[in-house]
Ligand binder design. Structure first.
Ligand code: GH3
Ligand code: MG
Ligand code: MG
Ligand code: MG
Length: 432
């Protein structure tokens, strides 16, 4: 990424160079318009950071120069000014303005601008449009598509709803919808208000999608019920297209920022709960989860099983082939574990070469078959050409029994001990 910084103050030149540099930009810096023009013709920039006043003229001059030049027309310009009223004085064609008086916020403002305006994620978006007037739909569609949005148009809310709930992707996925624009009175069974209710009742990320309602009825009561149903914004008919586009852009930007936050939170959560080497849950996560796992089984009277799995003679693998090979074995074992059990089960690395598996909705006899199958699969796996086996202890909680995780773990661990005693590479059951 490359930026052209055109700034007369040395302090700001350095500040911008630093901030943009940290965001991965390579910068060209000048305080003269004539030099800036040369740079613009000899380089490809992703952004221009421009001060209002420059050594050899006004930044406004460079803005109109760019906007009238076919190759430079679409280059995003971020204008820096000390004049709070600058926007009222000029009809500015820039992508963003940063007011220089607040030095502390400048970094945040620039980063926010870069994240929302330069990230292609924010300039596009997928919109679900429901409008039963063909002429109005064409008008809206045209404006949205010209701006770069992908739009799916439906004449009825029923059909739109079918399409919306069939979507498998949501959240920050590029293919997911980012906005719903719905007319309130539309053909078919559902109206826009009912559609809004249906969407807001969804329990996954799709339930949070921004919704714009369009209607010719502007009475306060309807408006109130629309907001109560959970619309994000309201556009009265006749539609002012420019105003609609600003509302659309604001809502999509906010939605994408929120998606980003959700993604980051999920990533942090995964980091905190996953063991890096094996990809299994870590012990901390097991401790958090196991009690809930058990109390659910007790409350709803269904059986569960617990396996404790300890690799056999693992120290010998380390001693003979080195610690790195030992790590490879652990990683391969983790992979096998993660692909061997059902979705509602939980696989955790308890420590070193010991793993715990919680088998949900699983009676003792099934637990034994599952454990035995895993034992055989591991023996057949031969990671890094080594035969690796495990001793497995199995215990269970029958419906109507009550034990806590500590008691169940102790029983399964006793099973491991017995398996070791009895020659390793086997499953032993111990009742809790
Ligand atoms: P047993 O069959 O009785 O279980 O014998 P063992 O050698 O598997 O058991 P022991 O508890 O004596 O040794 C476990 C070894 O696992 C010792 C430790 O250095 C090694 N270990 C623990 N964590 C890691 C790890 O993350 N990577 C590697 N490579 N080795 C580890
Ligand atoms: Mg209508
Ligand atoms: Mg061990
Ligand atoms: Mg061991």
């Amino acid at each position: 990424m490359k930026a052209l910084i055109i700034e007369n103050s040395r302090l700001y030149r350095q500040l911008l160079d630093n901030i943009l540099g940290q965001q991965g930009f390579e910068n060209d810096i000048t305080d003269e318009i004539s030099v800036a023009k040369d740079h613009l013709h000899n380089n490809e920039y992703d952004i221009i950071c421009l001060n209002e006043n420059l050594k050899d003229g006004s930044g406004m001059e460079l803005i109109s120069y760019c906007k009238n030049h076919p190759q430079l027309k679409h280059m995003p310009i971020l204008l820096f000014s000390s004049d709070d009223d600058i926007q009222d004085k000029y009809d500015l064609e820039v992508e963003g303005i940063i007011y220089k008086h607040n030095l502390q916020q400048i970094s945040d403002q620039i980063i926010n601008f870069l994240e929302t305006r330069l990230d292609p994620l924010f300039s596009e978006g997928r919109i679900l449009l429901i409008e039963d007037s063909d002429s109005l739909a064409q008008l809206i569609l045209g404006a949205l598509q010209t701006t770069g949005y992908r739009v799916e148009h439906f004449f009825s809310a029923d059909k739109a709803w079918e399409d919306f709930i069939d979507e498998v992707s949501y959240g920050s996925d590029q293919q997911a919808y980012d906005l719903v624009i719905t007319d309130i009175n539309v053909e078919g069974e559902l109206n826009g208000l009912q559609l809004t209710h249906l969407i807001r009742n969804l329990e996954d990320a799709r339930g949070f999608i921004p919704i714009i309602a369009i209607t010719a009825q502007t009475d306060a009561e309807l408006r109130l019920s629309l907001y109560q149903a959970g619309i994000s914004d309201f556009i009265p008919k006749p539609i002012l297209i420019d105003e609609m586009l600003v509302r659309v852009s604001n809502l999509i930007t906010n939605k994408r920022l929120l998606d980003k936050v959700h993604d980051q939170r999920r990533e942090l959560y995964n980091l905190a709960t996953t063991d890096k080497l094996t990809g299994c849950h870590n012990r901390h996560s097991l401790m958090d989860f196991s009690q809930k796992f058990i109390s659910q089984a007790i409350r709803h009277h269904y059986p569960i099983c617990i396996l404790v799995i300890d690799l056999d003679h693992f120290k010998a693998i380390n001693d003979t082939h080195g610690h790195a090979t030992g790590d490879d074995v652990l990683q391969a074992t983790g992979q096998l574990l993660n692909s061997s059990f059902r979705e509602g089960d939980m696989v955790a690395r308890f420590g070193g070469e010991e793993f715990v598996v919680l088998l949900n909705h699983c009676a003792q006899s099934d637990g034994l078959l599952i454990a035995e199958k895993f034992r055989a699969d591991l023996e057949a796996l031969k990671p890094v050409n080594l035969t690796v086996t495990a001793s497995i202890g199995l215990t269970w909680l029958e419906s109507n029994q009550q034990h806590d995780f500590e008691a169940l773990f102790a029983a399964a661990d006793k099973g491991v001990y017995e398996a070791k005693e009895n020659g390793r590479n086997q499953v032993r059951q111990v009742s809790p």
